[in-house]
Write a protein that binds this ligand. Structure first.
Ligand SMILES: [Zn+2]
Length: 459
């Protein structure tokens, strides 16, 4: 009897031990850095462009010079941390090919290659910070985790969060640096700090001190990502938490579905002919990517306002408000063909339906009680005003290089109490399949043990 009890206990222990060794082998969603760095940490910093390769050049100082100032400051700051070796791809005004930059990182045994850049857009309307990462697993997930940390630091400085993004090209990554680095098994990313062609952003990069502040902030992001300590600075980032990722897959929010927001609808929400106040309700939804900006037109889409921040956009988690209102005043006798356009984090655009507004029609609607919803509209709504002159030709918004303070206005957007109707899809199958897999293993083990047990008894 005692021997049998001991045998049972041994079998039980074996099952438990097997389970404990098997569970960690299943790809997990546990919080923590996905990247394993081994014993020594080597970081390579790449100042973007250089020499003949100027980078963005039409907006004051050349990008190649700005990136070098930031990269040097990042290098100096990172040296203050314990247990890290740091290299720079260039320390002077020389050009390197993307292959050379990636090969240098590989030769140094880099755990990560960080490329420093400043941005500019074709429309001259974008603003904010973004981190570009590889489309290849596991580098995509590493980039997403680092980028999330870097962007939360950059947005703490006041910049807008444009997200962590990967773009597919003909031969893997669209972005050459990530393509060459991933080929050489070096994790990499590009940090686009802000837009040089947008005054509100350029204010963050218009002095040497500013450019160095970016470098120190990047060093802090790297230190947080790798959980470094600095006796010199008196900081310890070993307790850093990370967004959850599955390193063997591409993080879904980093990739575009190639189209703009799925839904963008506008409707007359409220109007008061005696004051000229008009409120338009906006409803937008994108299952694939957060909606970042909106702009609107009073002339049927010929001219548009600057980009306003879409309410509560969260580029890293694919979230945004689905409903908000735009309020403005229409002088007596005025008319407008009102259209809204929305842009997601991949700069993909969707235009809304057109709303024909003229004060006569609005007065009639008002009398008929059609567009009046006083219960919902009791709280103050956005007070942003369109062009002071109602003639579309006087719209001054198109030239984004004009010094304007419009970016401050965008925060006055007050979402209404309208219910949020959009639904985000979440992948419930992965945990279900994992559970099923673990259950199957347990059942198989049990069967095996029972059979062994029975065999023992027969003897
Ligand atoms: Zn650049």
């Amino acid at each position: 009897m005692i021997r049998q009890t001991i045998k049972r206990a041994v079998y039980g222990m074996t099952i438990l031990l097997l389970l404990f060794t098997l569970v960690p082998a299943v790809p997990s969603y546990a919080a923590g850095r996905a990247q394993d760095i081994g014993d020594t940490l080597v970081v390579v910093i790449d100042a973007g462009h250089g020499g003949e390769n100027l980078g963005a050049k039409d907006y004051g100082p050349l990008e190649k010079d700005l990136t070098l100032v930031t990269a040097k400051a990042m290098y100096e700051e990172l040296l203050k941390y314990d247990g890290v070796t740091v290299f720079m791809t260039r320390t002077d005004d020389t050009d390197l090919s993307l292959e050379q930059r990636a090969q240098f990182a590989a030769d140094m045994g880099a755990d990560f290659l960080f490329s420093i850049h400043y941005n500019a857009s074709e429309s001259h309307k974008q603003y904010g910070s973004e981190v570009l990462v590889s489309t290849q697993a596991p580098y995509n997930a590493y980039g997403y985790q680092f980028g999330s940390i870097a962007l939360s630091n950059l947005t703490s400085m006041g910049l807008y969060n444009r997200g962590v993004k990967a773009k597919e090209g003909n031969q893997g990554d669209y972005y050459g640096l990530m393509r060459e680095a991933s080929k050489r098994k070096v994790p990499s990313c590009i940090i686009e700090h802000c837009y040089l062609d947008m005054d509100s952003d350029k204010a963050y990069a218009d002095s040497t001190e500013d450019l160095q502040a970016f470098g120190r902030m990047d060093a802090k992001s790297v230190a947080q990502y790798f959980g470094l300590k600095s006796t010199t600075l008196g900081v310890d980032y070993s307790g850093t938490t990370y967004p959850e990722v599955n390193a063997s897959k591409v993080v879904p929010v980093t990739k575009s579905d190639g189209s703009g927001p799925d839904t963008l609808e506008i409707s007359l929400w409220n109007n008061n002919p005696s004051t000229g106040d008009v409120t338009v309700a906006v409803h937008g939804f994108d299952a694939n990517a957060a909606i970042l900006y909106y702009e609107y037109s009073l002339d049927g889409g010929i001219t548009y306002t600057p980009f306003y921040k879409w309410p509560n956009a969260d580029a890293l988690n694919n979230n945004n408000d689905n409903d908000f209102t735009i309020s403005f005043q229409m002088p007596d006798g005025a008319s407008a063909a009102f259209v809204v356009r929305a842009y997601n984090i991949f700069d993909e655009v969707t235009a809304s339906n057109l709303l024909d507004l003229n004060t006569q029609v609005l007065a009639t609607e008002y009398q008929q009680g059609k567009a009046v919803t006083p219960v919902v509209n009791t709280e103050p709504v956005m007070t942003e005003s369109p062009t002071p002159d109602w003639s579309p030709s006087n719209a001054t918004y198109e030239n984004a290089d004009d010094p304007t303070t419009w970016s401050e206005d965008t925060d006055t957007t007050t979402p209404t109490t309208q219910p949020h109707t959009g639904k985000k899809t979440t992948n419930v199958w992965i945990p279900v399949l994992l559970l099923a897999g673990i259950s199957l293993i347990i059942v198989l083990l049990l069967v095996l043990v029972i059979r062994l047990f029975l065999l023992e008894h027969r003897r």
